[in-house]
Design a protein around this ligand. Structure first.
Ligand SMILES: Nc1ncnc2c1ncn2[C@@H]1O[C@H](COP(=O)(O)OP(=O)(O)OP(=O)(O)O)[C@@H](O)[C@H]1O
Ligand SMILES: Nc1ncnc2c1ncn2[C@@H]1O[C@H](COP(=O)(O)OP(=O)(O)OP(=O)(O)O)[C@@H](O)[C@H]1O
Ligand SMILES: [Mg+2]
Ligand SMILES: [Mg+2]
Lengths: 248, 248
């Protein structure tokens, strides 16, 4: 049974897709079978690996999931692409309906066939994110070292606690990772100190530095590990990968 | 009848709240009566001006709106604070129901009592954003100069066209504003060129530079105009304000 991670934070633009995509690639390069699932209607994880979104998301059209999986540049890494039609799912499904339960059971099955499953979530606390949390064993929360980032965390943690309390779930905190880290900024150092003081050990040692090779890699449809193997962002993603894999 | 602007983009973290809050402040400093409405369940516009969110949003509890308005540091600027309870509105209201129509009629009334009304939206294309678009005369779309930013625009523009086509709406493009602009990065210059080539005149001349005084101002609960009056971000916000006010 594989480890299912959800990368979530309702604050927008904090690096969810960047962490999901590059962590998936790093773990695959470490020899594991990895599935990256794009649950965001923006389909940035899909575009970031050079693929196009599908008209209907494989998790909702009645085809077998295996038909929808795409191979990626790194052997062992497969992508379940996103679809813009998630927009109608988010509109239709309420938390208790069959659509959401179907999503959870599909995602749980993905866990059986892979060593790691990584779910990229949209910037919201709606039922897509809740369904993803319900199907996960661990949640990783990327946060930027800025004031807004801390404010929204309490709301996110309440939702995570909600899901943890549901019967049959085994969700745990996978950790908080600081992203777009710029050590020359006083604000970055201040937020880093606050977050580690407040959250203690669940904050990863590794921080992801602000590095232009990250957005450049996206415009080439590659992970930053493939696009700029000697960059600081690549080194940090590999360190994060080792921390996550040793964190059993 | 005041001008009602909606600041929207489903891509997260592109500078919607930063533009909404600081533009509202700049226009108020230019002597206009301005109302800033926080429609985002994260309540960043509320926190960014040093106020706390309300338990129930004034737009949904049956109290008169005037009771919920808060004065801000700049005379002429008032804030309709957000509420985390928007979460249940986003869950309950579907596009056609009374809650959404009530939202639209409330927001339209706001327009009558102010010279400018500025709506800050969450990072999504859900019905909160659609209701805000339906109540607006102009939509301003902040975008970051990065690859993901362009990808999501087409989806956003489709939704805007949808709303423009609805009977009785008078929504127009207010413009695209480039944010977190760093002229030393090649990617920034490339995206700038692509966006202006593709969208032509609707892109504002003014760009908002990446400037650490923006997040610092947030942690002090002030607009960047009050926190760092001589910063590059403040100068850009004032220029944007002049462009918007002259853009009738
Ligand atoms: N370490 C980094 N250095 C530089 N830029 C980065 C870094 N991480 C992310 N970015 C850029 O910041 C933007 C936001 O990142 P990303 O899209 O991963 O965030 P997100 O949380 O997934 O956003 P959304 O909330 O829209 O899903 C992207 O354009 C990305 O290229
Ligand atoms: N010009 C700028 N220079 C430096 N930092 C900026 C700038 N504009 C915004 N930021 C920072 O980037 C982050 C994202 O900005 P902001 O919260 O305004 O985006 P948003 O689109 O409203 O996000 P969301 O999608 O979560 O609503 C914030 O922490 C903000 O302080
Ligand atoms: Mg994302
Ligand atoms: Mg915002």
């Amino acid at each position: 049974m594989g480890r299912v991670f959800c990368i979530a934070n309702q604050k927008g633009g904090v690096g969810k897709t960047t962490v999901a995509l590059n962590l998936a690639d790093a773990i695959a390069k470490a020899g594991q079978e990895v599935l990256l699932v794009d649950l965001d209607p923006q389909c940035n994880a899909t575009g970031g690996l050079g693929h196009r979104p599908l008209p209907r998301h494989p998790l909702v059209s009645d085809q077998p999931l295996a038909d929808g999986l795409l191979e990626c540049a790194t052997p062992g890494l497969r992508l379940l692409p996103g679809s813009r039609s998630f927009f109608d799912i988010d509109q239709l499904a309420t938390a208790g309906t069959t659509a959401s339960q179907q999503l959870v059971s599909h995602l749980t099955n993905c866990g059986n066939a892979n060593d790691y499953v990584i779910l990229d979530c949209p910037p919201s606390l709606g039922h897509l994110t809740r369904a993803a949390l319900a199907a996960s064993h661990e949640v990783i929360m990327p946060i930027q070292c800025e004031y807004f980032a801390m404010e929204g965390l309490t709301q996110m943690i309440e939702v995570i606690r909600d899901v943890m309390r549901q019967p049959g779930r085994n969700l745990q905190f996978g950790g908080i990772v600081l992203t777009m880290y710029d050590p020359t900024l006083e604000l970055t150092r201040e937020v880093d100190e606050d977050v580690r003081e407040f959250f203690g050990d669940i904050v990863f040692e590794t921080v992801i530095p602000r590095d232009v090779s990250v957005p450049e890699a996206v415009s080439h449809g590659q992970s930053v590990l493939d696009y700029a193997p000697r960059s600081r962002a690549t080194r940090a993603m590999i360190e994060l990968c080792l921390e996550v894999m040793n964190h059993e």
